[in-house]
Structures are given as structure tokens and as C-alpha cells.
Design a protein around this ligand. Structure first.
Ligand code: ADP
Length: 402
């Protein structure tokens, strides 16, 4: 099968949700997409979001991941009647084993399972998604695409924590970085837009969605990033705290009597924009509350923007020059005030926002939103398309060598 016409089902299996999309590799056209949410609860629901004329939502009380995959497969085979040529899985943690996407076999699946010790909140769900699609599509090629893989080039001074070395040796405790699929796409896309080879580009990109991170890319490779062992490190996010003092767990345990797991839960699900504002985890909601003069929402916005600006400057320590700053993800692509505030804090890079270009997200200028200094760009990410390209690449390579 020519890789251009390959039709790929992409599965993104999380703790309480399972997203699927179905793309044609060549044009990157989305043929179908949907999401099952609030899985294993009374409110579990399965939603078709594409194609437009098939949009619908169905309640699947107590339905879990199996039910979600079953419904997605049923929709693809019975409703839109496309043949699935291959399956791509978004896997959060690839540890040190996986430096790029790989075709899934039993050994790969065992390793993804084993990495649950480093990523207990993520990898068990990825592994479950893989097992289910292997069952529903036996014999169909399946590829794992890892969020950590693009960061396999991090130099040692970036990925080691300054803790006793044996924790690295024994347990592989180190910084890994995440959102790699998005940064890989952004690297290809900025090279295309600037009409320069990725190997010659040095830039800093911020992926700002519900999870937020920023990465320095040097000659097409990740050389520093804000997330670490887990996606909790680094920037302030929707519900995640980002960096805190490492003794915070102990202090909160002493003061509140809470268990460690409960405190991790506070830092993961009740902190960030939500924790500071007390209003919402959602940047749109924060901006609306600020318009109503909500001071805690303004505080959350300020902490979010300051911490991001500080991180962007810190990431420049890994570069000789900054060819571009890139904003992506739901907040990066859509939030005019966040970009204006952050760039306003980067005067040391000479950044001068062009308010008109920023207001239209750089649509008329190839994404550029600055008029002087280091140029800043808004570039919509497309992780599904990147996963589809990786599936086509891995399977194409298999054909060459097989
Ligand atoms: P995920 O990480 O789940 O993929 P997204 O990339 O969709 O999330 O980003 C979600 C974030 O983007 C939310 O904080 C949301 O408020 C924000 N966002 C989306 N649209 C806008 C907008 N028009 N203005 C400000 N923030 C926005």
C-alpha cells in the first residue's frame, strides 16, 4: 500500500477518555473523529465529532475503554465504511527505550506496560488502548508514537536531576520531556514557513493547552524542555502547579495530614489556573473573569504569563541565537492577551508585538505577530497529522527492510 493513501486510525487513550481520529496519510484529511468521555462513570458518553453530518452523542452509562473502542470500530465499519489500514497510538511515556515511533509487537507492549512504573497515570491506559485495538483489528499494523521521543536528544546536563546518581542508575529517574509529537510537527512547520531546513533552525516553542510546556529546538533537535520525569514539572497549567519547592509534599502532609497521593492529586488536578483563580482551569474563562474584574483570575493570568516568559528566557541558554518564538496549543493559538503579555515581558529579546497581527493570530503574515526583535509566530499544531506521518514512515521503512 502506498503510504500516501494509507488510512490511519489514531487512538489516544487516557484515564477517563478515549479519543479517536481517522486520517488519510497523504493529504492529512480527517475522515472521522470522536471522543468517549467520563468513562466508567454514570455520565459516560460517546461523541462523534466528524464528519459533520454524522455528529451525535450517545450516553453509555458505566461504559469503559472497551465499549469506547467497540463503538469507534462500529462507526468506522458500519457508518462511514472506510477500511482501516493501520493504527497509530499516542503513548505518553517511552522512557529511554523508545527514541522514535515503533511498530508494536509483544516486546514493545511489554515495555510500554513496564514504563507504567514511571508514568502510572498515563501508560496503563495507552497499553489498554493498544490491547483493545489488537483484539478488534488482529493482524493490522499498529505503531506507537511517544510524547517523549522527540526529546531523546536532550543533553546530559539537561536531563539529569542533581540527586544521588544511583536513582538514575536503578530507576531511570531523569527528565524526559513531553508534547514531543507537537514539537516535531512545529519543527517541520516552521521550517516550511521560513523556507529553511529544520537542521539550520534554532527556536523556542511553547505548547500551551490544558497541559503546558516549552522547548528549545537547536538544528531541528530538542535541547531543553520544561517538563521532566512527568508532565507535572515546569510551567503553570490548567490544573497543574508546574514547578514547586520539592519539600512541598512533606510540608503539606505535616500541615494537613493528607496522604502523599492526595497531595499529588492537588498538584495535578486542583492547582494551576484553577487553584489560583478558584474560578476555572480554562484560559477563556480566566479572561472572561478578568473582564469582570475578578482579582484572583488576574493573579492566575499574571503567574501563568510570568512563569512562561521566565521559562522562555531560560530555554535560550541552550541556543546561539533565537530565530523564532512559536506559540501553539489551544491557548497559544487563540489567546491574544497571553501572547501580548508574555512577549511584553521579553523586551530583552527586543520583541515588539504588532497588536493588529496578534489580534488576527498572524493569519495574514504566515503566523508572525511581532514587528521587531526576535520574531514570534502563531502556528497551529496538528498532533494527529504528525502521528499519521510517523505511522506512514515506520510502515514504509518496514516495507523497505521487510
Ligand atoms: P488539550 O491540551 O486538552 O489539547 P487545547 O490545546 O485544546 O487542550 O487547549 C485548551 C486551552 O485552550 C484551554 O485553556 C482553553 O481555554 C484555551 N483556549 C481555547 N480557545 C481559546 C481562546 N479563544 N482564547 C483563550 N483561550 C482559549
Amino acid at each position: 500500500m502506498a503510504s500516501e493513501s494509507l488510512k490511519v486510525l489514531i487512538i489516544n487513550s487516557g484515564s477517563s477518555s478515549l479519543k479517536f481520529s481517522f486520517l488519510e496519510a497523504g493529504a492529512g484529511t480527517v475522515l472521522a473523529a470522536g471522543i468517549a468521555e467520563r468513562l466508567n462513570t454514570d455520565e459516560a458518553a460517546f461523541k462523534i465529532t466528524a464528519p459533520a453530518d454524522s455528529r451525535r452523542e450517545e450516553c453509555i452509562p458505566r461504559g469503559g475503554h472497551r465499549k469506547a473502542v467497540q463503538m469507534a470500530v462500529g462507526f468506522l465499519t458500519q457508518d462511514i465504511k472506510f477500511n482501516v489500514d493501520a493504527i497509530g497510538h499516542r503513548v505518553v511515556h517511552g522512557g529511554e527505550w523508545f527514541r522514535s515511533a515503533v511498530r508494536i509487537d509483544q516486546d514493545v507492549l511489554d515495555k510500554i506496560d513496564a514504563l507504567s512504573s514511571l508514568a502510572p497515570l498515563h501508560n496503563p491506559h495507552s497499553a489498554e488502548g493498544i490491547r483493545l485495538t489488537l483484539e478488534f483489528y488482529p493482524g493490522r499494523p499498529q505503531v506507537a508514537v511517544f510524547d517523549t521521543a522527540f526529546h531523546h536528544t536532550l543533553p546530559s546536563e539537561v536531563f539529569y536531576y542533581a540527586i544521588p546518581y544511583e536513582f538514575y542508575e536503578k530507576y531511570r529517574i531523569r527528565r524526559y520531556g513531553f508534547h514531543g509529537t507537537s514539537y516535531q510537527f512545529i519543527t517541520q512547520e516552521i521550517a516550511r514557513r521560513l523556507n529553511r531546513p529544520a537542521k539550520e533552525l534554532q527556536f523556542v516553542a511553547a505548547h500551551l493547552g490544558n497541559g503546558c510546556s516549552a522547548t528549545a529546538v537547536r538544528n531541528g533537535e530538542s535541547v531543553d524542555t520544561t517538563m521532566g520525569l512527568t508532565p507535572l514539572e515546569g510551567l503553570v497549567m490548567g490544573t497543574r502547579s508546574g514547578d514547586v519547592d520539592p519539600t512541598l509534599h512533606q510540608t503539606l502532609q505535616r500541615l494537613t495530614g493528607a496522604r502523599l497521593a492526595e497531595i499529588t492529586d492537588w498538584l495535578t488536578k486542583k492547582s494551576g489556573l484553577l487553584g489560583l483563580s478558584g474560578v476555572t482551569h480554562d484560559m477563556r474563562g480566566i479572561l472572561e473573569a478578568m473582564e469582570r474584574n475578578n482579582l484572583r483570575a488576574k493573579l492566575a493570568f499574571d503567574v501563568f504569563c510570568f512563569r512562561l516568559a521566565r521559562a522562555l528566557m531560560a530555554l535560550t541558554a541552550s541556543l546561539d541565537r533565537v530565530d523564532a518564538l512559536v506559540f501553539t496549543g489551544g491557548i497559544g493559538e487563540n489567546s491574544v492577551p497571553v501572547r501580548a503579555d508574555v512577549l511584553g515581558r521579553l523586551k530583552i529579546l527586543g520583541c515588539q508585538v504588532d497588536p493588529a497581527l496578534n489580534a488576527e493570530h498572524g493569519k495574514s503574515s504566515g503566523g508572525r505577530i511581532t514587528r521587531a526583535g526576535v520574531p514570534a509566530y502563531v502556528i497551529p499544531t496538528n498532533e494527529e497529522l504528525m502521528i499519521t506521518r510517523e505511522v506512514a514512515r515506520v510502515l514504509g521503512k518496514d516495507q523497505e527492510t521487510g
